[in-house]
Design a protein around this ligand. Structure first.
Ligand code: LLP
Length: 411
């Protein structure tokens, strides 16, 4: 548990900004989604989307919980491998993959979800796979923000479903006899029915292709996208209901199209780690301008979601008790989009006070950068009473050494 005492200790001993993850919460999320889906369809395989949080201790917890992994880059493959995921449990889902991506994917992953027919051609030049799965764009998508919709006509991902038959035909013609099918239509969805509808759509697409080619899929992968609430008003996703509805449509499709009992795959990222993490930061300066600002030592370089999508992470000043007043929270980056939230009500703040941004366990650290030459934050995992210091905060000196290591490049 992340207690107030612990926050104080972490801030004193280590420097802020610092991501803090609660191991128990991650375990609880792994168990909840596994239990819900396997109850309705025992042959469900859950691949954690490593892109959400690739912290080594976090990956280890998820591996120990028995989940599989979905990776999207060579680094994520290496990280999954190093964290103990067996090759048979690692999947690769990329897009516009190059030969380096395929070199790593074929070495470390058991299956690859291919983003296009051209991806398949590039993979064939490299190695003929045992099993072929294409990412299908089912023509629909939905997400918490426009930037996280990954299906539909404006998405860069996947094969338009009208071309899916051609893709699988090319696989068949190349001598492939084992197949899967994949989609990922959007992130941070809270509505169970949406997942049922896209499953239904994918099953129809799969049915028409596979029945024509007289093949059956070994797996059907409906992607991730299971959301979490970021405000007091949003409800939690009813994962039990989602599992029930998805499984029902999935099983109907399997019967209608004679698929037998394929594996149902899911790729949750945010659902597993999102609500497990906070970002601890310190007020560095207070300013009364046209509006009142509190600048903090985190910024869009440490947590990009507010600047990129307009996302809001609830802020708390856990040690302040004064009268609540309106304040704008910002970082120290030289961009006006470096604003975490506008007009939030917080007790009166002073320089040096600690602030917490909630629900930062997914797409927080993994989207951080060195913009403005700022070091990436630290990461700490709290497991019951013990603290694991996983990634130290970078220092300006370390960054300098890393980037200026190569001397005399023009020689
Ligand atoms: N599988 C694939 C192929 C994906 O591209 C993604 C996320 C996932 C699974 C996991 O999705 P999740 O269950 O976490 O929704 N940076 C954004 C989220 C982008 C998601 C991109 N793909 C954010 O901060 O909200």
């Amino acid at each position: 548990m992340i207690t107030l005492d612990l926050l104080k200790k972490i801030a004193e001993k280590h420097s802020t900004p610092c991501y803090i993850y609660d191991a128990e919460k991650i375990r609880e999320n792994c168990r909840k989604i596994t239990k819900a889906f396997t109850k309705y369809y025992p042959k469900t395989e859950i691949h954690y989307a490593v892109k959400a949080n690739n912290n080594p201790a976090v990956l280890k917890i998820i591996q120990q919980e028995g989940l599989s992994a979905d990776c999207s880059s060579p680094f994520e493959l290496l990280a999954a491998d190093r964290s103990g995921f067996e090759k048979s449990k690692i999947m690769y889902t990329g897009n516009y993959e190059n030969s380096e991506d395929f070199a790593f994917a074929t070495e470390y992953a058991d299956t690859i979800n291919l983003d296009d027919i051209t991806s398949f051609v590039r993979l064939l030049n490299f190695q003929k796979p045992d099993i072929v799965s294409f990412r299908i764009n089912p023509g629909i998508g939905r997400g918490g923000f426009e930037g996280v919709v990954t299906g539909g006509v404006d998405a860069k991902f996947g094969i338009p479903y009208e071309k899916a038959l051609e893709a699988y035909q090319s696989g068949y013609n190349a001598g492939i006899r084992r197949f899967g099918i994949h989609m990922m239509t959007g992130s941070n969805n809270l509505e169970p029915l949406f997942f049922a509808e896209i499953t239904d759509k994918l099953m129809h697409i799969a049915g028409s292709i596979f029945n024509k080619l007289r093949i059956v899929p070994e797996y059907v992968d409906i992607g991730g996208g299971f959301g979490i609430p970021y405000s007091d008003e949003e409800p939690e996703i009813d994962i039990e209901k989602t599992a029930e509805l998805v499984s029902a449509r999935f099983k109907e499709g399997c019967i209608r199209y004679n698929f037998g009992i394929p594996v149902l795959k899911l790729e949750p990222g945010r659902y597993i780690t999102g609500n497990s993490g906070i970002l601890l930061t310190k007020v560095t300066g207070l300013k009364k301008s046209y509006r009142n600002y509190a600048g903090v030592d985190a910024g869009m370089n440490s947590l990009l979601r507010p600047a990129l999508y307009g996302a809001v992470h609830r802020a708390e000043a856990p040690f302040n008790t004064g009268k609540a007043e309106k304040i704008n929270l910002c970082g120290r980056i030289c961009e006006n989009s470096d604003i975490f939230s506008r007009d939030v009500m917080l007790p009166e703040l002073n320089e040096g006070d600690l602030l917490v941004f909630k629900d930062c366990g997914a797409y927080g650290y993994t989207m951080s950068s060195n913009y403005n030459g700022r070091p990436r934050p630290a990461e700490i995992v709290v497991d019951k009473e013990s603290i694991t210091f996983v990634r130290k905060k970078e220092t300006a000196q370390e960054m300098l050494e890393k980037h200026f290591k190569v001397q005399n490049v023009m020689e």
